[in-house]
Design a protein around this ligand. Structure first.
Ligand code: NAI
Length: 466
């Protein structure tokens, strides 16, 4: 029996960050991971490989459609898909290897195998080769993440109908792909394959894409993606997928009740993800779950079982790597007697298409629903010099400020680098700052970030370049 202060089950951004913080705080820490590589969904089959594909496919589309306008003469542009995929895999292995290095550097013991809490403070580990280990600790954190939702009428065979995992590694560019679900996964991966030449059709049940984001951003994003070649069926519900001889037929129903039938070589099912506890906790322990099978926790990430905590996608809240990381740190700091805390009001969300969309805090509509009077400042990138000089004139910044106090309540950005620009608004909100604070902050010229300042000025209707 190996003894630790803390055992973390799951090595995604929630789990591995928690393990590092625990080691920093002097806790003897172990991490258990069932996959060969550390890093979880995000590093292995999520955020990182999809960003690598988005980057490569963006270069391909640039070379094909935009380089000539810059006076860059390339000639015939051809796709070398194996090289593109190899680069993606290399990025993933660099990062998963990096996590292994961080574990070593911080003195965290890594156990490869399936971890299972069998009794209070006891974790059994079973490796794929049958080897077992018995571990013991006062504290155990469940950070087992999530998996794609599978629906009985939308069977995933991993070949013709696929999840995001398989859509990261198609061995050829499909001629036609139907994407079910207009959320972050469907739009990012739909975008990748559309840029590489696939005819992509997104079928979304709601009257809009990018649920959870400000509607104006979603509408603008849909316009840009349509220019990129994606087709959209909104207010259309997929009923089932039929697969025959490697081809798929997607049967759906439009809002007016008319049937919609789409043929495809690949169908990406991206209708959401669900908590994935698997067999990490023995049934007889009676771990409490909520109505969506997520682990129930209190404000300190404590489950109903003493000494067992849970963080990240396996508990309630947005399924985002950075949310899991912050929870991991807060949970460990609480265990170590410190005042760890997560500010759920200020968690940015991003979709990494081109342009990117990024949001934090309240949208105008959400503020209205809460009965908060707001002032809104908006600034378009077509009035920003750097954006015009860099082919980034699509999009805008929209800031939402409390009408009484001017406190910044939300920021919504659509532009080429929205994922980076949102960080400034996040900081201002974290400090409880106002739109005035942002408006009076000096921004380097020429930068896209000036549009954030201008939107802040626009809250009081005094934008300079609008
Ligand atoms: P999602 O929940 O964001 O979107 C799924 C969409 O599918 C919804 O708009 C829903 O209305 C639609 N849908 C469901 N059933 C349908 C049907 N029968 N017919 C047509 N449409 C249907 O889920 P997604 O994109 O799979 O992402 C899962 C999770 O992963 C999310 O929590 C997301 O935030 C996270 N994620 C975040 C990323 C990022 O931050 N960039 C990237 C990838 C995933």
């Amino acid at each position: 029996m190996s003894e630790f202060d803390l055992i973390v089950i799951g090595s995604g951004p929630g789990g591995y960050v928690a393990a590092i913080r625990a080691a920093q705080l002097g806790l003897k820490t172990a991490i258990v991971e069932k996959e060969k590589a550390l890093g979880g969904t995000c590093l292995r089959i999520g955020c990182i490989p999809s960003k690598a594909l988005l980057n490569s496919s963006h270069h391909f589309a640039f070379a094909k459609h935009e380089a000539a306008a810059h006076g860059v003469v390339i000639g015939e542009v051809k796709l070398d898909l194996p090289t593109l995929l190899k680069r993606k895999d290399k990025t993933v292995s660099q990062l998963t290897g990096g996590v292994a290095f961080l574990m070593k550097k911080n003195g965290v013991t890594v156990y490869q195998g399936e971890g299972r809490i069998t009794a209070a403070g006891k974790v059994g580990v079973k490796a794929a080769d049958g080897k077992t280990a018995d571990l013991q600790a006062k504290h155990i954190i469940l950070a087992t993440g999530s998996v794609p939702i599978d629906l009985p009428n939308m069977p995933v065979d991993g070949q013709t109908s696929v999840t995001s995992t398989e859509a990261l590694s198609f061995d050829r560019v499909p001629a036609k792909m139907v994407v079910i679900g207009g959320g972050a996964i469907g739009l990012e991966l739909g975008s990748v394959w559309a840029r590489l030449g696939t005819e992509v059709t997104v079928v979304e049940f709601l009257p809009r894409i990018a649920p959870g984001f400000d509607l104006e951003l979603a509408t603008e994003l849909q316009k840009s993606l349509t220019k990129e070649g994606l087709k959209f069926y909104l207010e259309t519900r997929v009923n089932d997928i039929q697969i025959k001889d490697g081809k798929a037929t997607v049967n759906a129903t439009a809002k007016d009740g008319k049937p919609v039938t789409l043929e495809a070589d690949k169908v990406l099912v991206a209708v959401g993800r669900k908590a994935a506890l698997g067999s990490a906790v023995a049934d007889e322990l009676g771990l409490a779950l909520d109505e969506r099978q997520r682990v129930k926790v209190d404000a300190h990430f404590q489950t109903n079982l003493p000494g067992i905590y849970a963080i990240g996608d396996v508990i309630a809240g947005p399924m985002l790597a950075h949310k899991a990381e912050e929870e991991g740190i807060a949970c460990v700091e609480r265990i170590a007697g410190k005042a760890g805390h997560v500010n759920y009001e200020v968690i940015p969300g991003v979709i990494y298409t081109h342009p990117e969309v990024a949001s934090v805090g309240l949208s105008e509509d959400q503020a209205k629903e809460k009965g908060i009077a707001v002032n809104v400042g908006k600034f378009p990138f077509r009035a920003n010099g750097r954006a015009l000089a860099s082919d980034s004139a699509d999009g805008f910044v929209k800031l939402v400020a409390d009408a009484k106090t001017d406190r910044l309540l939300g920021a919504h950005i659509i532009c080429a680098t929205a994922s980076e620009l949102i960080a400034e608004a996040v900081s201002v909100m974290e400090f409880g700052g106002s739109s005035e604070d942002l408006a009076r902050t000096v921004h380097a010229h020429p930068t896209l970030s000036e549009a954030v300042k201008e939107a802040a000025l626009a809250v009081e209707k005094r934008a300079i370049h609008a």
